[in-house]
Design a protein around this ligand. Structure first.
Ligand code: BGC
Length: 832
């Protein structure tokens, strides 16, 4: 089930079919200083903990405050880099700056239908790259999606033994949510609100992949996604910067550990820098355009958190930002990334994004695209075949200085030395080639924690439908996702294989067998299938059962790269199937498999139980069964809002206020008279159907005593020490139900009275709390400059004398609050 992106579309609108598999040379893509910043300041690495607050940028911009990764700043490495660099020819240097996939001796020929268009755009990349020759000549720096000990070692032997300077290759791969043992898609993982778990699964994936020669992951994707039409929402942590930053740190910690050279560590590539998730209208690769304040306050925090956690590399994005493509954007790559954040790893372009500068219209030819990308700060050219083709002449003609090339090469070599590649260039240990039995409990736990129970109504007898009682009930399992192993893995299934996957049908059959019963099963329909042929059998199965488990949703390939959708409904005729099954009157548990929020308005009115299960991975069936039967209580919370209708998008909880809030108006019905002159729709409420942070449990939780430790903070104190907490917000949470369960306690803040309007609320802390029935715990959240500041008109982090409201509760609708003031003069409330 090797898979990657299902369909790829280039800027010219060409579509290529899914390659036979990832990481084979049949994976064909659609198309193929400025002053050097001194980054050698040692000793200031910040491997921030997953819960630590992200620090804000220093200002004024353009200052290198520190280096982001101490290992890369090791003076011993610098000595080795210097020595090597002195011996390198221009061609060898340029070689370190190019990356190809496994083209073997000859690049694959493009299929007839796209050969013409591709040749017109980028003839070189397709026809003239010979990765084998380049590796042996010491003119290839890294390879992408070339996996397996045999394949990587073959190339590595060429580079290390035949290359004049014996510089090893760095093998990178899209390991996004597991290598052989697959865990939930990142959006699902984010629903766990569990950074420790994310670090654990990331480490597990790194340990598996290094046995296959992979030492570099194109992950984490930390793009904020506020619009579920964007297919890559599935690879994100959703709509919130605070959650996104916590997840970003956790991935880096898991992948890189505390030492890049330790066995089982891989270098991370944080992607896609920057603001790719804000693609207009949710359309893949589309333009992004936003204020610098929104960029800094909403979109940048997760990238910055990853950089501060020591990420070794970063990937420049496909999109343009405010008119400047991210892969030739000095504001992003020099001013912010290197200048403000002190990033001392290297920057790799996204797949042919250097070449795509031509499509963006900022370069008329390959030479200009190369010059703009490299001098803006893109060190490595992934697949464009521009750097190796164009740089020799650009250097000879003086259009690009040797110093720029040298610095880019240094950055690459530093990572190669830090990862220990020179000492251990080959895949080590016993190669892992299938899901690891010992890893199954961890990925099962990850899946269980990722599920979000959206609805669980009481039935006529007064009991809630879930959890299902262990015995005595006849269960009908219906739907196209009930028994489809391939669809369980999501958009980037790594190198997992179908036979490793436990489907829901398998798991429920086993449960039924143990309980001495039988499972009724009917597929009903396909995922995107107009045929009604399977309906009668499905309806019959439902009619014969006590309870129906209905497994509906998207296919894996409907999200992920190139997976933008303009509709957010159940695909095909699944809505019709849902209605037919509901019409039997049997209680229905609706499981939604998807890589994004879907529109579930009808289901929410007609189906008692709904659970979002995303794409759960290798242990899909067992994890779902465990939650359905109550072995585990669901604890996931939504990382993205589920809309009532696609027309509400982009829909996110941390929106800015308007001058016409519909306070006190019933906006669930069309307006009458003056009711229309508010910020509202006339045909649908403003709110999400299921908002950010929301998710039910089999138990229940109550909050009380939401308090702040101080009601007045002197502004001078807040500004003087930006890293010490200013106050604590606390609340007591009690498990009021009858079973042990876990709640994600969330803390939201609003700032009123500032010179710039602030979101109606923003997440500033969370904690997973497990409580026995009747048990209570006081939870506290430290609030300091990082949590309370905002970006002012100069795009500088600021605090002013203003008023704050804090809510603590179980979702973004938390309604118990406390307030405090930041005051210019102690003893006053002078701000507002
Ligand atoms: C994607 C990246 C990915 C790269 C390499 C690109 O098309 O945008 O996320 O890492 O391909 O496969």
């Amino acid at each position: 089930m090797l898979r990657m992106n299902s369909i790829r579309c280039n800027a010219a609108g060409l579509v290529t079919k899914r390659a036979a598999g990832p990481w084979t040379n049949s994976r064909v893509h659609s198309l193929l200083t400025i002053a050097t910043i001194c980054l050698a300041m040692a000793g200031l690495e910040s491997h921030a903990s997953a819960q630590a607050a992200p620090s804000t940028s220093p200002h004024p911009a353009n200052q290198v405050a520190h280096t982001s990764n101490a290992q890369l700043a090791d003076p011993n490495i610098e000595v080795r880099v210097d020595r090597l660099l002195r011996q390198m020819t221009l061609e060898e240097k340029i070689g370190q700056l190019v990356q190809y996939n496994d083209t073997g001796d000859a690049a694959p020929a493009p299929s007839a239908d796209k050969a013409g268009a591709m040749a017109a755009v980028n003839p070189e990349a397709i026809h003239h790259v010979n990765a084998t020759q380049l590796a042996a000549a010491g003119r290839l720096g890294s390879m992408l999606n070339t996996i397996g000990a045999e394949r990587t070692n073959t190339y590595q032997h060429l580079a290390v033994e035949q290359g004049r300077l014996h510089i090893p290759l760095l093998f990178g791969a899209d390991v996004i949510h597991g290598f052989r043992t697959i865990y939930p898609v990142p959006l699902g993982l984010a629903a766990s609100f569990d950074p420790e778990l994310v670090a654990d699964v990331s480490r597990m994936a790194a340990e598996e992949a290094t046995t296959a020669g992979v030492r570099w992951f194109y992950s984490p994707m930390v793009d904020i996604s506020r619009d579920p039409r964007w297919g890559r929402s599935t690879e994100s942590a959703g709509e919130d910067p605070w959650l996104g930053a916590a997840m970003a740190r956790a991935y880096i910690r898991g992948y890189q550990g505390d030492d890049l050279s330790k066995p089982g560590s891989v270098a991370a590539s944080v992607k896609h820098f920057a603001a790719y998730g804000a693609a207009e209208a949710g359309r893949e690769y589309n333009t992004t355009d936003m204020s610098e304040i929104t960029l800094r306050q909403i979109y940048l925090p997760p990238y910055q958190a990853a950089v501060e956690a020591g990420a070794a590399t970063i990937m420049s994005a496909f999109n343009s930002l405010n008119g400047v493509p991210a892969s030739a954007n000095p504001f992003l790559l020099k001013q912010i990334l290197r200048g403000e954040w002190g990033f001392n790893g290297f920057v790799v372009s996204d797949y042919t994004s250097v070449m795509e500068l031509i499509h963006h219209g900022i370069a008329l030819d390959a030479a200009t695209a190369t010059r703009k990308a490299l001098t803006a700060g893109v060190d490595v050219d992934m697949m464009s075949h521009f750097y190796d083709a164009e740089l020799p002449e650009l250097i000879r003609s003086g259009q690009v200085s040797m110093a720029v090339v040298d610095e880019a090469v240094r950055r690459v070599l530093r990572v190669k030395f830090a990862t220990g590649l020179f000492e251990h260039p080959y895949a080590e240990g016993v190669e892992i080639t299938s899901a690891v039995a010992g890893h199954r409990p961890l990925v099962r736990k990850a899946a269980e924690e990722s599920f979000v129970l959206l609805q669980n109504d009481k039935l006529a007898g007064g009991a809630r439908l879930l959890p299902l009682s262990p015995a005595g009930k006849r269960v009908a399992l219906i739907g196209p996702l009930a028994d489809d192993a391939e669809e369980m893995v999501g958009a980037w299934g790594g190198a997992g294989t179908n036979h490793d996957i436990v489907t829901l049908r398998q798991a429920l059959t086993e449960r039924a067998r143990q309980a001495g019963g039988a499972l009724l099963y009917a597929r009903g329909t396909g995922i995107d299938d107009p045929s009604l042929d399977g309906f009668p059998e499905a309806v019959q199965a439902a009619a014969a059962a006590d309870v129906v488990v209905l497994a509906l949703g998207e296919s894996s390939s409907m999200s992920g790269e190139g997976g933008s959708r303009a509709k957010l409904d159940l695909p095909g005729n699944q809505q019709q199937l849902l209605e037919s099954i509901a019409a039997t009157g049997k209680p229905v548990v609706l499981l939604i498999f998807s890589g994004r929020p879907l529109v579930l308005e009808w289901a929410s009115k007609h189906v008692p139980a709904i659970m979002a299960v995303w794409f759960p991975g290798t242990e899909a069936g067992n994890a779902i069964a465990n939650v359905l039967y109550g072995d585990v209580s669901p604890s996931g919370k939504l990382p993205m809002s589920f809309p009532r209708t696609v027309g509400q998008e982009p829909l996110y909880y941390n929106q800015f206020p308007t001058g016409r809030p519909p306070t006190g108006i019933d906006i669930s019905r069309p307006p009458s008279g003056e009711e229309r002159f508010f910020s509202r729709y006339i045909d649908v409420p403003n709110s999400a159907l299921f908002p950010f942070g929301y998710g039910l449990s089999y138990s229940s939780f109550a909050y009380r005593d939401v308090k702040v430790s101080k009601t007045s903070i002197p502004l001078a104190q807040a500004l003087a020490n930006r890293s010490t907490p200013l106050l604590e917000a606390t609340a007591t949470v009690t498990n009021t139900g009858d079973r042990t369960a876990t709640e994600v306690v969330q803390c939201y803040v609003r700032n009123l009275g500032a010179s710039i309007e602030q979101p109606v609320r923003s997440l500033k802390g969370f904690e997973r709390v497990t409580l026995a029935p009747g048990e209570s715990k006081q939870v506290s959240v430290a609030l300091g400059f990082n949590e309370l500041s905002f970006f002012n008109v100069e795009s500088s982090p600021a605090m002013e004398a203003t008023q704050y409201t804090v809510w603590i509760g179980g979702s973004s609708l938390a309604n118990q609050e406390a307030t405090f003031d930041v005051v210019s003069h102690p003893g006053t409330t002078d701000a507002h």
